[in-house]
Design a protein. Structure first.
Lengths: 359, 359
DNA sequence: CAGTCGGGTCGAATCGATTCGACGTACAAT
DNA sequence: ATTGTACGTCGAATCGATTCGACCCGACTG
């Protein structure tokens, strides 16, 4: 080619597929096929195209253009409704995410983290991101507007623990029934004086004793359902609200519940294993023996790194929920209409619950 | 136009901006402006466009087309070289990620998780994702090919702990010097018999005593640098390799180092705080008092949820590194050329180190 | 030897929106 | 009354690649 475009002007604009094609003396169509491998190309041509690309410093087809033409981006959005740090400190969410990656593995897609932080502010928000599908993890209904937009755009959406409404498939467990089963276990052991440590009730993450006002303003389904489950057995039980699912928060809540030896409960239902671990720690600090003097029951069934007890807990299939959500996404992208699945949790009886000591 | 395309055939294809514009009786350009707000539009027109959109069930502009035209996607890629679960269980990575989100906040961008798993398999791999920039976190040089492609495409790239080479800005700490300082602290206390528990040496995450073969095949810079730092003071120290940075792994490594009372070291340098916490746990199980009988030093300066000791450790600014990487990205997108930054870690002396007990 | 099959290549349309320059029109300033 | 200006709107080009139908020609079949 004598008619070189004279790139001496500098790398002002990066080469495009068309440039490469011209350099190789083929059409853009052929060059495209040479790169993507979809369609027949002679080896000679392919080599020539690749060589031209190398000479021009071409870095491969632009993903943006590709995704526009193909109509999909290969990206699955994950909505977390928390800042990144908070979400990633919760082992249950991690497990769920891990299951999700398994579930969508056949897609070979990437995971785009979306939080409510930059809601509408930046160029990428929930309803405004180049995603092929969206998974909502533990989301309150406050996103209905964006979710509606997703629906209109025909983007498959699945929810995990958090009912967005509409005909969105949900992967859930029966939090109330599960907690009730845990409470029944305590009742069967003979406990009558039971308290609970709950997860946050609202996005503000207020900490402290549960008040009717707080409860009325609760936006977190999971928390309220587990609370109801406990009340099904112990209607008037004391409740302490933690600001997050962590050992430290559990410890603080535990300390306030156990501080007064006179009013101390004989068992505590924690709404997560981390909280339970914190409660146990608080008990140990106060010289209260678990389970002889205090029974503790958790929720989740995660392995708490560093906890030496075999926690009595309600084992929920976090990974399975994530995987199911991923598989549902795959189905929906293939035109299917997966159903919601309600998983069951199983009570694992460890060594942190025992009959109350006779007083 | 009397020749309407008669969309009575059904909602086979979703409406586009052009459809909305036609319905509202304006041009596509005007409709675009009405949506994006960039440019002057009369309120009447804007309302008409929005109304038309509502009637047609239009969900807003297609992000794919937008990103093609605008040349940016509003997405920052994060390369982790681990499966999701492993990465998210490491508090240091979480902190770094958190700092990163802070740093790129002005961009309002989303975070796209990229791991080596679907490498080239799926539609989205490192060099083939619609990202505006990429952050490599603790990556080995095995991605040089993809990174080169990124460079060619002119995508800003920043590395955190992991030297990809080239002129990519790096946010690092001097792992060797830091560890050496920790070792010197032990030496100053009088310790002569010291062992170390290292992070994984390779992607296979082999566990066990460190062998010359393993060491020769090491691909993880951080591990090897911290090992060197320890050897600068204690050239022949015993080393046990953990398969991950976790309390449990630290505990196992600790048990094997401390099992034999005769050959037991008086101090252990752990390459992470989680490992240190595990070592302390192992010591407690064996009835070895920390710090009276065993000094333990960690690395990272994270708060280990559930650890009651004030760990002596090398506090590194994980969040700052992440934030700096984010800010570097912002600069690069603005045309700047940020420099690499080498952070310094500080030795925090807690209550887990003390002079060795006289034998 | 004619007809057909199919591998390899090309041209042109397409994906859906954004953006730039141009064109009126209405209103204010001179 | 006229020139200037600012605003609102439109048309057309553009972003960069993929894909579909058409086409050419060598090879194989009847």
């Amino acid at each position: 080619m004598t008619a070189e475009p004279a790139p001496a002007t500098g790398a002002i604009s990066r080469p495009t597929l068309a440039d490469v094609a011209a350099r190789a003396g083929v059409s853009a169509s052929t060059a495209s096929i040479a790169f993507s491998g979809s369609g027949p190309v002679s080896d000679a041509t392919k080599e020539r195209v690749l060589a031209a690309a190398a000479e021009l410093g071409y870095g491969g087809p632009d993903p943006r253009a590709r995704s526009l033409r193909q109509g999909r981006s290969g990206i699955v959005g994950v909505v977390l409704e928390e800042r990144v740090r908070a979400a990633f400190l919760d082992p249950v969410k991690i497990q769920t995410l891990d299951g999700l990656t398994e579930g969508i593995a056949p897609l070979g897609a990437g995971l785009l983290l979306l939080t409510d932080s930059g809601d509408g502010g930046g160029p990428v928000s929930i309803d405004n991101a180049p995603v092929d599908a969206v998974v909502l993890i533990g989301c309150s209904p406050k996103f209905w507007r964006q979710i509606e937009a997703l629906q209109r755009r025909g983007i498959p959406t699945v929810a995990i623990e958090g009912a967005p409404g509409g005909d969105i498939p949900e992967m859930t467990i029966d939090n109330r029934e599960a907690t009730r089963r845990g409470a029944e276990h305590l009742r069967d052991l003979g406990h009558t004086d039971v308290a609970t440590v709950t997860l946050p009730l609202d996005p503000d993450r207020t900490r402290g004793p549960l008040t009717p006002e707080l409860e009325a303003a609760c936006t977190v389904d999971t928390t309220i359902e587990r609370l109801r489950g406990a009340r099904d057995v112990y209607p008037g039980l004391r409740a302490q609200v933690a600001a997050a699912s962590s050992i430290e928060e559990g410890r603080e809540a535990g300390l306030s519940l156990l501080a007064d030896a006179a009013t101390r409960p004989t068992a505590i239902i924690a709404q997560s294993d981390l909280l339970a671990a914190g409660v146990i720690q608080a008990a140990e600090e106060l010289g209260i023996d678990v389970p002889a003097e205090l029974s503790v029951i958790g929720f989740d069934g995660i392995r708490v790194d560093g906890l030496q007890h075999d926690l009595t807990t309600l084992v929920q299939p976090s990974v399975a929920k994530g995987r199911a959500a991923g598989e549902a996404i795959v189905q929906m992208l293939a035109g299917g209409s997966p159903k919601s699945v309600r998983y069951t949790s199983t009570l694992h009886v460890g060594d942190t619950t025992a009959p109350p000591r006779a007083r």
